[in-house]
Design a binder for this molecule. Structure first.
Ligand code: NAP
Length: 481
């Protein structure tokens, strides 16, 4: 199945922080791939901006190196040469006044104007102010801002207020790259384009939900940076909250940015405050792979793992817990959502044991797909014996190689910015609501004296997290790739 490519309108995209890691690894390679897919008009411009003093050609050489490394372009790829012709560069210090008029002179009237803030959040205000002050951005321009969007409710509010001085909410695209993942969007398709699941998607039929985002990497190399945030700020407040919302939200009346985001916001507002007994924090340990060493602070109480039991206080989910866990240095790299349904209320098969509960697992990575566990009769003579089997679908198998060759989250999201579609971006009130729920959890931890529970690198996480489930007579799914 070949995915359709619909070209976007002619655009001028300015990347602030174009010499940085994110631009090199994700933004420029992503744009190159969209160009080779035929989605970017050849008249478009991509203008890099940062303090590094260099000209267009030097930036093109820098971009070519990054694209070869991260998009696998061949040395003599003719499409790479064509793509590089779209690139330009203007040296700009976000805090200074030089370069802005040069940037303005390069922007073409009539093209879509987008400004990607791939810089530290402390520079967002400076850039927004100068774009508006120098008359570079107008009412139709879009700005793209990166995570982290604040580190608590107060800083997120301040950031929103700063951006709101110069841009309307409709112009602001807050990236959570999880929302750009193909399978994350598939959550909405599975729920709202099939009649099969939605009638069962509630506390009457769903026993519990597990959301797991497990990583095998640690924080070595960026330990001092990570140590200031931890798993709750880095993963739960944004990515896992978004997954939870897409699973738990009511059907929006239309697949429209504000309709979808209104429903997500209602879920966040319905989250019950977390009790201390419902959360477990962990830190990985082990020979040569130790969080405290990687963080460079032997006393650090920052968590590299968190597991929590979350309750949603509304009609649909009253009594159905959502268990969330995420961590570094775990047994395997995997992201999945598992919906465990309730057991059938009555078994007619007296001798064959009680039928097991159905389970729907949506794998986000690796090997994106879905797995529905159903009960069938074990084949062969010998009476009626029940066995649970998986109805397993890998999207790569079902959709063929082209279906598996899906755009990276950044590619999709940048194209959505150019199209002016905000559905997959977080709205300011959503971000604030998520911080309003996580703030007390972080505060009570910071005020307490407890240390995170140690867990062995390469394990499934701390023992305490197992107990979080066992006390409810449930078990975590095994973490495996
Ligand atoms: P980085 O490698 O440190 O790059 C920062 C960029 O900002 C560089 O291009 C730097 O270039 C530019 N810069 C710094 N000070 C500036 C100033 N005063 N005026 C203009 N430009 C300035 O950071 P990064 O990893 O690319 O991250 C960029 C943003 O994305 C951050 O907000 C980060 O949290 C977020 N993010 C990054 C990743 C990732 O995988 N890297 C993932 C998610 C979110 P010059 O030194 O030439 O000025």
């Amino acid at each position: 199945m070949v995915s359709r490519v619909i070209p976007v309108d002619d655009f001028d995209l300015v990347i602030f922080g174009a010499t940085g890691d994110l631009a090199h690894r994700k933004i420029l390679p992503g744009l190159f791939r969209r160009f080779t897919a035929g989605q970017i008009p050849a008249s478009s411009q991509i203008i890099g901006a940062a303090r590094t003093d260099q000209d267009d050609d030097a930036f093109r050489a820098e971009a070519a190196k990054a694209i070869r490394e991260y998009a696998g372009a061949a040395e003599d790829d003719p499409q790479l040469a064509e793509f590089l012709a779209l690139l330009g560069y203007v040296p700009i210090d976000a805090k200074g006044e030089g370069g802005w008029q040069e940037l303005k002179s390069r922007m073409r009237p009539g093209a879509v104007h987008a400004f990607y803030f791939s810089v530290a959040p402390s520079l967002f205000g400076d850039i927004a102010e100068r774009l508006a002050g120098h008359g570079i951005a107008d009412d139709d321009s879009r700005i793209v801002v990166e995570k982290p969007f604040g580190r608590d409710l107060a800083s997120a509010r301040a950031l929103n207020a700063t951006l709101a001085q110069h841009f309307t909410e409709q112009q602001i695209y807050r990236i959570d790259h999880y929302l750009g993942k193909e399978t994350v969007q598939n959550l909405m398709a599975v729920r709202f384009a099939n009649v099969l699941f939605e009638p069962l998607w509630n506390a009457q039929y769903v026993d519990h939900v597990q959301i797991t985002v497990a990583e095998t990497v640690g924080v070595a190399g960026r330990g001092s940076y990570y140590d200031k945030s931890g798993a709750i700020r880095d993963m739960v407040q944004n990515h896992m909250m978004q997954l939870l919302c897409l699973i738990a939200m009511e059907p929006p009346y239309h697949f429209d940015p504000d309709a979808v985001r209104d429903e997500k916001l209602k879920v966040i507002r319905a989250l019950e405050p977390l009790e201390p007994a419902d959360i477990v924090r962990g830190q990985y340990q082990g020979e040569g792979s130790d969080y405290l060493t990687d963080a460079g602070d032997a006393d650090s109480r920052t968590e590299s793992y968190v597991a929590m039991k979350v309750r949603i206080s509304n009609w649909r989910w009253q009594g159905t817990p959502f268990y969330l866990r995420t961590g570094k240095k775990l047994r395997a790299r995997t992201s999945e959502i598992a919906i465990t349904f309730k057991e059938p209320p009555h078994s007619i098969f007296d001798d064959s044991g009680h039928p097991k509960a159905n389970e729907l697992v949506i794998r986000l990575q690796p090997n994106e797909g879905m797995n529905l566990k159903v009960m069938i009769k074990e084949p062969g003579p010998g009476g009626m014996r029940l066995v649970q089997v998986p109805l397993d679908m890998s999207f790569a198998d079902a959709l063929g190689p082209e279906g598996a060759d899906m755009p990276d989250a950044y590619e999709r999201l940048i194209m959505d910015v150019i199209r002016g579609n905000q559905t997959l971006f977080m709205r300011g009130d959503e971000v604030e609501a998520a911080w309003a729920w996580t703030d007390p959890i972080i505060k009570s931890w910071e005020e307490g004296k407890r240390r995170p529970e140690p867990y062995d690198s390469g394990s499934s996480g701390p023992e305490e997290a197992l107990r979080l489930m066992h006390r409810d007579n449930r078990r975590w799914r095994e973490i495996r790739a």
